[in-house]
Write a protein that binds this ligand. Structure first.
Ligand code: ADP
Ligand code: MG
Length: 353
């Protein structure tokens, strides 16, 4: 449905916000663009919308080359981070605005606005102006405005980021259900990995104008293809430790682990999610495949604790079930679960260990 090839956007001053990017997004797909602040997500979305002119490359929507088409010719609707509602218009006029631009009759657009408003539980607010609405209500009006014109594509730029935590979770579930019902191709920009994992059919992880990995939430979570993605995805960051393969063994932070057969000797990065190690408060007898250290920090995650072990020159984090958390300063051992670690060499995923 959306096809980007070699897309580049360079701003004056030489910032390459989007750097020779190739991407295919399928019909009806809920697609998330995920990455840290400043990595080029908004620029990419605005390029798809026609609000930025790419420096080079092509954009196709529904098979049509729209690279040079103005926004109005692209049949897309964008929801901005700050909603961008018209302050002097009431809710009905805000929702109906894109239909007015399309020269739909007043009667039809008011009917359409009322119908969309009812779907988003806004029926009692039709006569209000944006300033008379809560943040969550404004967000739903912005969504309603995008939906009312029934575009081929929704473009969302961090639409939930101005909501408080509780409302953000409700809005997320609501948005997911709505997208399923409407089955409209959706590109959703976020810096929040949890939001991307929860909402998307597929995720593109971006860094510095480039796409690092495209995959399903499960793929980017369980098989991140490079250390950047590994460190970015997950509610607690993955442990990424310098390691080396020597004579068929893996040496990491004082531990000696079995090495998968196909890995050659040399330096590696050992990746282990804090959820994939168990914490022992007594020394596991006769085992070298454990990380030993002193408990430096214990953070309460609600139903679990995140324990940071100081193993001399490295920090290792382990998620520990409620009730099993150690005291700060105590000795403890992190026991990695077999088959859960990932090995990287030269920023590329080699294999699991
Ligand atoms: P994100 O949405 O991921 O936070 P942006 O797309 O807003 O990132 O920005 C990507 C990069 O492009 C940043 O370095 C930003 O400073 C730069 N940038 C964005 N818009 C402009 C602009 N209009 N002029 C110059 N630089 C810009
Ligand atoms: Mg942005």
């Amino acid at each position: 449905m959306i096809s980007l090839s070699g897309l580049t956007k360079e701003f004056p001053g030489g910032v390459r916000a989007v750097d020779s990017l190739d991407l295919e997004i399928g019909d009806g797909e809920f697609f998330a663009l995920l990455g840290p602040s400043g990595c080029g997500k908004t620029t990419l979305l605005r390029s798809i919308a026609g609000l930025e002119t790419p420096t080079s490359g092509k954009i196709r929507i529904g098979g049509v080359d729209v690279t040079a088409s103005p926004p109005g010719r692209r049949d897309v609707a964008m929801v901005f981070q700050d909603y961008a509602l018209f302050p002097h218009m009431d809710v009905t006029s805000n929702i109906a605005y894109p239909l007015r631009i399309k020269k739909v009759s007043r009667q039809r657009r008011e009917a359409k606005a009322a119908e969309t408003a009812s779907r988003l539980s806004l029926s009692d607010l039709l006569a209000r102006r944006p300033a008379q609405l809560s943040g969550g209500q404004q967000q739903r009006v912005a969504l309603a405005r995008a939906i009312a014109s029934r575009p081929q594509v929704f473009l969302f730029d961090e639409p939930l980021s101005n909501l408080d935590a509780r409302l953000r979770l409700e809005a997320r579930t609501f948005l997911k259900r709505l997208q399923r019902e409407l089955a409209v191709t959706t590109v959703f920009v976020t810096h929040d990995q949890g939001e991307a994992l929860a909402l998307a059919d597929r995720i593109a992880v971006m860094n510095a104008g480039r796409i690092m990995q495209v995959g399903t939430p499960s793929e980017v979570f369980h098989r991140p293809t490079d250390p950047f993605v590994a460190g970015f995805i997950g509610s607690t960051p993955m442990n990424l430790l310098p390691a080396s393969a020597e004579g068929g063994r893996l040496h990491v932070a004082g531990a000696v682990l079995p090495l998968p057969r196909d890995v050659a000797d040399g330096p590696l990065v050992y990746g282990l999610r804090p959820e994939y190690a168990d914490l022992s408060q007594s020394a596991p007898v006769g085992r070298r495949d454990v990380f030993s250290g002193k408990v430096a920090v214990v953070e309460n995650l609600g139903t679990a604790h995140l324990v940071t072990l100081d193993s001399g020159d490295l920090l290792i984090q382990v998620v520990v079930p409620e009730g099993d958390e150690p005291a700060v300063g105590a000795s403890a051992w992190a026991v990695p679960r077999p088959g859960r670690a990932l090995l990287y060499r030269d920023d590329r995923l080699l294999t699991g260990a």
